[in-house]
Design a binder for this molecule. Structure first.
Ligand code: TXA
Ligand code: MG
Length: 346
């Protein structure tokens, strides 16, 4: 049995971590699956619990920026600027690893290592109480949407972890931005709430990994190559100009349809034909982002099972880049206009 702890029980949770057990923790992005980063067998059990491919490196979570110095050769000047501006916060930075400073289980055998200082008081206190850095992949079964509540964590990992520290729903709702500072050109490997537009003033030369624009290109972050974020139910993306065709299609389709969209879209459709999970107001991409994974999980659990989840697309700028990055993977690049033609018979 995995237990739920609240923030008054951090001593117990820290004790479990020091004993090499797995403890899920809250962050501002998604819940993480914590283990002592300096304990190889504890880190290995993270991969087993998640069913995660072992070549996919983990992010090391720290409570103070200066802890990075124990594990890296040097901190480039731009990194100091970024840490001052965005830590604690949803920005993961990749540095060159000091040889053998951390085990292969943490880095996937790479010569670099990822660090992040999460913006969550409870987890910063947990790291301090443990006295060790913590690895923290998202606390979901590999391939499923990341968990944004303690209940999501237990849904996936009940019985596989000692417990979860519950601090309610997370604020951002998708994983941190991953920025590689280990090569010549600072490169965004995974988009998140710290956007390209926010990084540019401090890092004018920053670029996005080419795979983010071109789905054929190989991603530099090993984790970005796997099928990801996907519920069992088929997800199909709807562009803003395609909602009138959805309205028409709904009149005749025999399918059980879920809708992951903002209120004005829902209002424009025949409500008897759909099960709705709200992404909030049309003008707030950050609200949509914070509800995306919860919505995918929620609609996936509806009984009788839905045949398809139609999900609203957002403009690909600012936080919309992170939103669309996760949604495209969840939908396996299926768009309503093509999908509905291919499925005309049904
Ligand atoms: O918001 C987050 O980052 C959450 C919370 C819990 O902190 N954690 C998270 O961890 O999303 P995870 O393991 O699910 O994703 C880590 C990503 C993967 O895509 C991994 O391949 C990449 O970061 N990564 C880690 N270390 C790397 C390295 N040295 N070089 C390139 N990519 C790396
Ligand atoms: Mg993950």
């Amino acid at each position: 049995m995995s237990v739920k702890w609240d923030k008054s029980q951090l001593v117990v949770a820290a004790e479990a971590l020091r004993a090499g057990k797995l403890v899920a923790f809250p962050t501002e992005t998604v819940y993480g699956l914590g283990a002592d980063a300096t304990n190889p067998s504890a880190v290995k059990s993270v991969y087993t619990a998640k069913g995660r491919p072992s070549d996919n490196p983990l992010i090391v979570h720290i409570a103070r920026p200066e802890e990075v110095l124990h594990y890296t050769e040097s901190i480039p000047p731009v990194a100091s600027l970024l840490m001052k501006e965005f830590w604690p916060g949803p920005l993961t930075l990749i540095f060159k690893l000091k040889p053998n400073a951390l085990g292969k289980e943490v880095t996937g055998g790479m010569e670099t290592v990822a660090f992040r200082m999460p913006d969550n008081e409870v987890t910063l206190a947990l790291i301090e109480a443990t006295g060790r850095p913590l690895v923290g992949p998202s606390a979901n079964t590999s391939g499923k949407p990341s968990p944004t509540t303690a209940e999501h964590v237990l849904h996936d990992l009940q019985g596989k972890i000692a417990g979860v520290v519950d601090d309610g729903a997370t604020r951002v709702g998708v994983e941190s931005t991953v920025l590689d500072l280990s090569s010549d050109v600072p490169t965004i490997l995974r988009p998140g709430a710290i956007t390209l537009e926010m990084l540019k003033p401090l890092v004018p030369e920053v670029v996005e990994d080419t795979h983010l624009k071109n789905q054929e290109a190989a991603p530099k972050a090993p984790g970005m190559k796997y099928k990801h974020y996907a519920p069992d139910t088929q997800v199909v993306m709807v562009a803003s100009e395609d909602w009138p065709s959805v309205k028409e299609w709904l009149q005749t389709t025999p399918l059980n349809v879920g809708l992951l969209a903002t209120a004005s879209i829902y209002e424009s459709l025949d409500k008897n034909k759909i099960v709705w999970f709200s992404l909030g107001n049309r003008d707030s991409v950050s609200t949509a982002l914070s509800h995306l994974y919860a919505g995918l999980r929620d609609l996936d659990e509806i009984e009788p099972k839905l045949d398809v989840i139609l999900a609203e697309m957002m403009p690909e700028e600012h936080e919309g880049v992170a939103y669309m990055n996760r949604l495209k993977k969840a939908a396996n690049y299926q768009y309503f206009n093509e999908w509905s033609q291919e499925n005309e018979k049904i």
